[in-house]
Design a protein around this ligand. Structure first.
Ligand code: PNS
Length: 160
Protein backbone atom coordinates (compact mmCIF):
# COMPACT_ATOMS: atom_id res chain seq x y z
CA UNK A 1 0.00 0.00 0.00
CA UNK A 2 1.29 3.47 -0.93
CA UNK A 3 0.80 5.62 2.12
CA UNK A 4 1.73 9.31 2.42
CA UNK A 5 1.75 11.87 5.19
CA UNK A 6 0.66 15.45 4.59
CA UNK A 7 2.01 17.37 7.59
CA UNK A 8 1.27 20.91 8.70
CA UNK A 9 0.15 23.19 11.47
CA UNK A 10 -3.34 23.71 9.99
CA UNK A 11 -4.02 26.70 12.27
CA UNK A 12 -6.67 26.66 10.86
CA UNK A 13 -7.26 24.54 7.76
CA UNK A 14 -7.90 26.63 4.62
CA UNK A 15 -9.18 25.87 1.12
CA UNK A 16 -5.50 26.02 0.10
CA UNK A 17 -4.73 23.06 2.36
CA UNK A 18 -7.87 21.25 1.17
CA UNK A 19 -6.83 21.69 -2.47
CA UNK A 20 -3.51 19.94 -1.77
CA UNK A 21 -5.07 17.29 0.51
CA UNK A 22 -7.78 16.39 -2.01
CA UNK A 23 -5.33 16.07 -4.90
CA UNK A 24 -2.79 14.14 -2.78
CA UNK A 25 -5.51 11.71 -1.68
CA UNK A 26 -5.96 10.84 -5.35
CA UNK A 27 -2.30 9.89 -5.72
CA UNK A 28 -1.90 7.49 -2.79
CA UNK A 29 -3.80 4.50 -1.39
CA UNK A 30 -3.94 6.24 1.97
CA UNK A 31 -3.18 9.78 3.06
CA UNK A 32 -2.58 10.72 6.68
CA UNK A 33 -3.07 14.41 7.36
CA UNK A 34 -0.70 15.00 10.26
CA UNK A 35 -1.17 17.94 12.57
CA UNK A 36 2.12 19.04 14.12
CA UNK A 37 1.84 19.47 17.87
CA UNK A 38 4.66 21.69 19.09
CA UNK A 39 3.99 22.94 22.65
CA UNK A 40 6.65 25.66 22.28
CA UNK A 41 4.80 27.30 19.37
CA UNK A 42 1.77 29.43 20.14
CA UNK A 43 -1.20 28.72 17.92
CA UNK A 44 -4.66 30.27 17.67
CA UNK A 45 -6.29 26.82 17.91
CA UNK A 46 -5.16 23.98 20.14
CA UNK A 47 -4.24 20.59 18.63
CA UNK A 48 -7.62 18.99 19.34
CA UNK A 49 -9.43 21.93 17.75
CA UNK A 50 -7.21 21.88 14.65
CA UNK A 51 -7.73 18.13 14.30
CA UNK A 52 -11.52 18.43 14.76
CA UNK A 53 -11.77 21.18 12.11
CA UNK A 54 -9.68 19.10 9.69
CA UNK A 55 -11.71 15.94 10.31
CA UNK A 56 -14.87 17.84 9.47
CA UNK A 57 -13.28 19.36 6.36
CA UNK A 58 -12.11 16.01 4.92
CA UNK A 59 -15.06 13.87 6.01
CA UNK A 60 -15.98 13.05 2.39
CA UNK A 61 -12.56 11.61 1.48
CA UNK A 62 -12.55 7.84 2.18
CA UNK A 63 -8.82 7.06 1.99
CA UNK A 64 -7.75 9.64 4.49
CA UNK A 65 -7.31 10.01 8.22
CA UNK A 66 -6.25 12.86 10.46
CA UNK A 67 -3.75 12.40 13.29
CA UNK A 68 -1.67 14.55 15.60
CA UNK A 69 2.07 14.05 15.89
CA UNK A 70 4.87 15.31 18.09
CA UNK A 71 8.58 15.22 17.36
CA UNK A 72 10.07 14.56 13.95
CA UNK A 73 7.80 14.08 10.97
CA UNK A 74 10.18 11.37 9.71
CA UNK A 75 9.67 9.37 12.94
CA UNK A 76 5.93 9.69 12.43
CA UNK A 77 6.30 8.44 8.83
CA UNK A 78 8.28 5.38 9.99
CA UNK A 79 5.74 4.69 12.77
CA UNK A 80 2.88 4.87 10.23
CA UNK A 81 4.75 2.96 7.50
CA UNK A 82 4.40 5.93 5.13
CA UNK A 83 6.77 6.16 2.18
CA UNK A 84 6.21 9.79 1.25
CA UNK A 85 5.56 13.28 2.59
CA UNK A 86 3.32 15.56 0.54
CA UNK A 87 3.77 19.32 0.64
CA UNK A 88 2.08 22.08 -1.33
CA UNK A 89 4.15 24.77 -3.03
CA UNK A 90 2.59 28.19 -3.54
CA UNK A 91 5.63 30.13 -4.72
CA UNK A 92 9.42 30.08 -4.97
CA UNK A 93 9.63 31.18 -1.32
CA UNK A 94 7.86 27.96 -0.31
CA UNK A 95 10.36 25.98 -2.37
CA UNK A 96 13.30 27.69 -0.64
CA UNK A 97 11.79 26.85 2.76
CA UNK A 98 10.73 23.30 1.91
CA UNK A 99 13.73 22.04 -0.09
CA UNK A 100 16.23 21.73 2.82
CA UNK A 101 13.54 20.06 4.95
CA UNK A 102 12.80 17.58 2.16
CA UNK A 103 16.51 16.82 1.80
CA UNK A 104 16.97 16.47 5.57
CA UNK A 105 13.94 14.17 5.83
CA UNK A 106 15.26 12.01 2.97
CA UNK A 107 18.71 11.86 4.59
CA UNK A 108 17.23 10.93 7.99
CA UNK A 109 15.05 7.98 7.01
CA UNK A 110 14.79 7.83 3.22
CA UNK A 111 11.24 9.18 3.23
CA UNK A 112 10.77 11.16 0.02
CA UNK A 113 8.87 14.43 -0.34
CA UNK A 114 6.40 14.94 -3.16
CA UNK A 115 5.70 18.60 -3.96
CA UNK A 116 2.35 19.57 -5.43
CA UNK A 117 1.86 23.03 -6.90
CA UNK A 118 -1.16 24.76 -5.42
CA UNK A 119 -3.90 25.62 -7.85
CA UNK A 120 -3.66 29.24 -9.01
CA UNK A 121 -6.94 30.09 -7.23
CA UNK A 122 -5.36 29.20 -3.87
CA UNK A 123 -1.77 30.31 -4.38
CA UNK A 124 -1.99 33.34 -2.08
CA UNK A 125 -3.99 31.68 0.71
CA UNK A 126 -2.26 30.93 4.01
CA UNK A 127 -3.52 30.37 7.55
CA UNK A 128 -1.52 33.38 8.77
CA UNK A 129 -3.00 35.77 6.20
CA UNK A 130 -6.50 34.43 6.81
CA UNK A 131 -6.09 35.04 10.57
CA UNK A 132 -4.71 38.54 10.04
CA UNK A 133 -7.46 39.59 7.62
CA UNK A 134 -10.17 38.05 9.83
CA UNK A 135 -8.75 39.78 12.93
CA UNK A 136 -9.29 43.15 11.24
CA UNK A 137 -12.82 42.22 10.25
CA UNK A 138 -12.03 41.34 6.61
CA UNK A 139 -14.12 38.81 4.73
CA UNK A 140 -12.26 35.49 4.54
CA UNK A 141 -15.31 33.39 3.70
CA UNK A 142 -13.87 32.49 0.26
CA UNK A 143 -10.76 30.95 1.81
CA UNK A 144 -12.01 28.64 4.57
CA UNK A 145 -14.98 26.27 5.09
CA UNK A 146 -18.03 27.80 6.85
CA UNK A 147 -17.38 26.06 10.16
CA UNK A 148 -13.77 27.29 10.18
CA UNK A 149 -15.05 30.81 9.58
CA UNK A 150 -17.37 30.43 12.58
CA UNK A 151 -14.50 29.13 14.74
CA UNK A 152 -12.30 32.03 13.63
CA UNK A 153 -14.96 34.63 14.28
CA UNK A 154 -15.64 33.40 17.79
CA UNK A 155 -11.95 32.95 18.65
CA UNK A 156 -10.35 36.11 17.29
CA UNK A 157 -10.44 39.29 19.31
CA UNK A 158 -11.72 41.95 16.94
CA UNK A 159 -9.00 44.54 16.16
CA UNK A 160 -9.68 48.05 14.84
O1 PNS B 1 2.14 24.33 8.30
P1 PNS B 1 3.58 24.45 8.70
O2 PNS B 1 3.72 25.36 9.90
O3 PNS B 1 4.48 24.82 7.57
O4 PNS B 1 3.99 22.97 9.20
C1 PNS B 1 5.30 22.74 9.63
C2 PNS B 1 5.51 21.27 10.01
C3 PNS B 1 4.67 20.89 11.21
C4 PNS B 1 5.14 20.39 8.83
C5 PNS B 1 7.02 21.17 10.29
O5 PNS B 1 7.37 22.15 11.21
C6 PNS B 1 7.44 19.82 10.78
O6 PNS B 1 7.58 18.90 10.00
N1 PNS B 1 7.63 19.72 12.10
C7 PNS B 1 8.03 18.49 12.74
C8 PNS B 1 9.46 18.60 13.28
C9 PNS B 1 10.46 18.13 12.25
O7 PNS B 1 10.38 17.04 11.71
N2 PNS B 1 11.43 19.01 11.96
C10 PNS B 1 12.51 18.74 11.06
C11 PNS B 1 12.13 19.04 9.63
S1 PNS B 1 13.50 18.71 8.54
Amino acid sequence: MNRAVCPGSFDPVTHGHLDIIGRAAGLFDELIVAVGVNPSKSRLFGPEERIALLERAVADLPNLRVAGFTGLVTDFCVEQDAQAIVKGLRAASDFDYEMPMAQMNSALTGVETVFLPTSTRQSFVSSSLVKEVAAFGGDVSAFVPDFVLEALTSRLPRRE
